[in-house]
Design a protein around this ligand. Structure first.
Ligand code: GLC
Ligand code: GLC
Length: 798
């Protein structure tokens, strides 16, 4: 069982001690509109606002070796050439360490008495990466060494950058200053933005043409200039623009040299684009370099960033007897929620940044992880999302972060989407008490003149599902529900078409979803509760209508959605059951057990307990609960993409971590603490023992871990950008630790194994600060804390 690193909780870092991790282990920098992905070997890229349209660094997907390209520093010390992050030269180091922290990454390499430490961060209020490079001569003799920086520019649109070579190889343009290298491709025409890479002192040489720096047939691991100890002082005209500085340094014994690099992005107003014909206005770049370009300024910016994260994470802090739990709650789960909120499902080492932008359902769910941290941004996000709704309540499945416009290629038609707007809004108001958001005027499909209040949007969302029921009175699934791959109205045998958007059975579509039924009941109850708040003053007749629709749905589920031991998953186009003991394969699915369980449908008759027992019995394996079992062994045209995956992976029998929390919450609602805890520990990375097996980052949740039927069970994939982050946060904070935000205060209602004893939660809630010590005495129950601003320390026995 090879381990590659460890948690250093005191400083909120994960420390990687072996650079050759089984897969690049990455971190994210940035918390406003400039973001970077940085791997443990300094690979990755950055962008401003939009990973597709404003890509700053080029990155090669499917690269060999993997994770090629990034911000590389090369050191030449005598005959030896090495990088502090080991890659790309892979020269063996005497010491290597990568510390991924909250919004920063520190990489330390040491060789032959020379230490190079690079701190990467994106400062608050600056559209740039700051690289603080510190070289220390740890030996007894003077050292003369050379240092090169290196980045490769992307020609802005990350998609066409990979395709349109007949144009791209001619458009590249740069300018060269004495400290700053500028990338200004397309600035001459419609772009008002350029990128730059600057150092805080004049360089001894530079390159801006890739072939000059590397040599036409070399990779990043053998740059010809570095091995020759030179720079080409090349000025790129087309081909592939890069930026590399060279510094020739003399280091006295025991002494350090520090250089600060700023990799930044500038937007100029149209009237101030140029300082002379064809010459870009460089003042903003110089200012940005100036702002961070001394050790004292970089220190201050880094301290401010640390302060920001300390402040954020301080809003919910746990002290318990379980270090893995504390680590998850206090550090990594909250951090991942922030990253997921920023990125949605756009840019990771599994998401290319050029595909889907923000998902309607995804972004709504992500809110649950951050409403307690950055409520103002949650508020704006809700309004942005709502503006991509259609007047009939349907909504664009995805929208682009830069334009905030819906994505026409995919369109709408996913049966579950509208309900998530209720989910997100309820989470926001319960946390903040800000009912005024319901009165905000929001357009449809971003069309001016179509504005209605957010409350109206919620009503239309609810009606969209309530009014689109199938033959059993259950919600129509459309292109898919939460499970994008259960495509019951698409009968595709053409590999060149999409499973989701090829609709050949919209007319008279009858396929129904039990997952949406559960979601409808759960969200319908939440919606009715929201409408009943004094601050909302909804028409009581309308509230009754909502409650009646919910109750009709419950009846329909009990009548047509119960299979005897668990909830069915769906009815297909032909009205046949899916997820039933009658089926040959995939007799049981997780989503409907989770959602009908959370909606407490048939709880009094024991249905929820039975369904949860069945989930444990048929879906649980060593690493969590698989999505469906037994997995499909061949492609079934009537079901779509779900059966396209090999057994045990993704939506076909994988542990799709996003939906495990639904079962865990349902377990907690049923008061089954030990089951809830067991399921929770299985999917939580902090409890995973074998880093090699898991393969991806040990500090974040994955979208998917290979399930029992896979060739390699336990192997994680698609780390970072997953609804798992927000859902596990909701699970652990509200249902396991039991701190539930309510409209009028907090409800403390834990569901945690007795052996954990007692724990302390310090939680910021609106203008209140609670210090809660919760002692588990075995008597159970709940404790209500009416909201009042100020500090309150409470000891609660439950
Ligand atoms: C991915 C998608 C999400 C979907 C899930 C299940 O995580 O981002 O929207 O619900 O897969 O298919
Ligand atoms: C979700 C699923 C993935 C599917 C995609 C289609 O992300 O996880 O398997 O291909 O949706 O949009």
């Amino acid at each position: 069982m090879k381990q590659y690193g460890y948690f250093d909780d005191d400083v909120r870092e994960f420390v990687i001690t072996d650079p050759a991790t089984p897969w690049p282990w990455i971190n994210y920098l940035g918390c406003e509109d400039f973001f970077s992905l940085v791997s443990n070997t300094a690979g990755g890229y950055c962008f401003c606002k939009d990973a597709k349209f404003r890509r700053i660094l080029r990155y090669r997907y499917n690269g060999v070796p993997m994770d090629s390209g990034g911000r590389y520093y090369y050191i030449k010390d005598g005959d030896s050439v090495w990088n502090p992050g080991w890659k790309p030269c892979k020269t063996p180091l005497d010491r290597y360490e990568c510390r991924h922290g909250m919004g920063y990454t520190r990489i330390i390499g040491e060789k032959d008495g020379l230490r190079c430490e690079v701190l990467f961060f994106v400062p608050k209020g600056g559209r740039c990466e700051v690289h603080r490079v510190r070289l220390t001569n740890t030996g007894a003799a003077v050292k003369r060494v050379q240092l090169w920086s290196f980045v490769e520019w992307c020609l802005w649109n990350a998609s066409t950058d990979m395709e349109n070579f007949q144009r791209n190889l001619s458009t590249g343009e740069v300018e060269v200053g004495d400290r700053i290298l500028y990338h200004k491709t397309e600035y001459r025409e419609r772009r008002d933005h350029y990128a730059f890479f600057g150092a805080n002192r004049p360089f001894d040489g530079f390159d801006t043409d890739r072939e000059s720096f590397l040599g036409p047939y070399n990779g990043f691991d053998t740059p010809q200039q570095v091995f020759a100890g030179t720079s080409g002082n090349s000025v790129a005209h087309g081909w592939s623009p890069v930026a590399s500085h060279r510094f020739d340094l003399t280091l006295e014994a025991g002494k350090s040299e520090e250089l600060i690099f700023v990799l930044g992005y500038v937007e100029n107003p149209p009237e101030a684009k140029f300082s002379a014909p064809g010459i870009i206005n460089k003042a903003p770049a110089e200012e940005l370099l100036e702002a961070f370009g001394t050790p004292a300024k970089a220190d201050a910016a880094f301290a401010a960033l640390k302060g920001y994260w300390d402040g954020l994470l301080g809003r919910f802090q746990l002290e318990s007897a379980v270090p893995e739990l504390d680590r998850t709650v206090n550090i990594w789960n909250q951090y991942q929620c922030m990253v997921t909120f920023f990125m949605s499902r756009s840019a990771s080492y599994f998401e290319s940044g050029i595909g889907r932008g923000m998902g309607f359902r995804d972004s709504n769910q992500d809110l649950a992880g951050i409403v307690h941290l950055i409520p103002d941004r949650a508020r704006q996000r809700i309004l942005d999302i709502a503006a991509t709704q259609f007047p009939d309540g349907g909504c664009y499945h995805q929208y682009q972060p830069l334009t905030k416009r819906g994505n026409h290629d995919i369109g709408g038609g996913f049966g579950d989407d509208p309900l998530w707007l209720i989910f997100g809004t309820v989470a926001y108001i319960k946390e903040t008490g800000d009912f005024s958001i319901l009165e905000e005027k929001v357009p449809f499909d971003n069309q001016p003149g179509t504005e209605k209040t957010l409350l109206e949007h919620l009503k239309i969302s609810f009606a969209r599902v309530a009014d689109n029921l199938g033959p059993h009175g259950l919600p129509l699934i459309g292109r898919a529900d939460w499970n994008d791959c259960l495509n019951l109205n698409c009968f595709s045998d053409n590999p060149d078409e999409s499973f989701q958007t090829t609709e050949n059975k919209t007319e008279g579509s009858r396929a129904e979803s039990l997952m949406i039924a559960g979601l409808f009941v759960a969200e319908g109850k939440d919606f009715a509760e929201l409408l009943s708040q004094p601050a909302v003053s909804a028409d009581p007749a309308y509230v009754d209508e909502v409650r009646e629709a919910v109750s009709r749905m419950e009846t329909a589920v009990k009548q047509h959605g119960w299979d005897g031991e668990w909830f069915l998953r769906a009815y297909d186009y032909y009205g046949r059951k899916i997820g039933s003991s009658e089926n040959a394969e995939s007799k049981i699915f997780i989503e409907s057990q989770g959602w009908c369980g959370m909606a407490r449908i048939g709880a009094d008759e024991g249905l929820c307990d039975k369904a949860l027992d069945a989930a444990s019995k048929y879906l649980e394996c060593e690493y969590g609960l698989v999505l469906n079992a037994p997995a499909f062994s061949s492609y079934i045209k009537d079901y779509g993409e779900i059966s396209s995956y090999p057994q045990g992976y993704k939506e076909n029998g994988g542990i799709f971590c996003h939906n495990n929390p639904w079962v865990i919450i349902a377990e907690a609602m049923a008061g089954r603490a030990d089951d809830a805890w067991r399921h929770y520990c299985k999917i939580s990375p902090a409890f995973a023992k074998d880093q090699s097996l898991r393969k991806v980052e040990p500090y974040v949740f994955c979208q998917m871990v290979a399930g029992a039927e896979a060739a390699h069970p336990g192997e994680g994939k698609n780390s970072w950008l997953t609804g798992t982050a927000a859902w596990t946060w909701k699970t652990v904070s509200e249902f396991i630790l039991g701190i539930k935000p309510q409209y009028d205060g907090l409800l403390v209602e834990p569901c945690i194994p007795q052996h954990i004893g007692s724990y302390r939660v310090r939680r910021r809630f609106r203008e209140a600060e609670y210090d809660l010590t919760i002692r588990l005495t075995g008597k159970g129950g709940s404790f209500r804390i009416p909201y009042r601003p100020g500090f309150q320390a409470l000891e609660i026995e439950l």
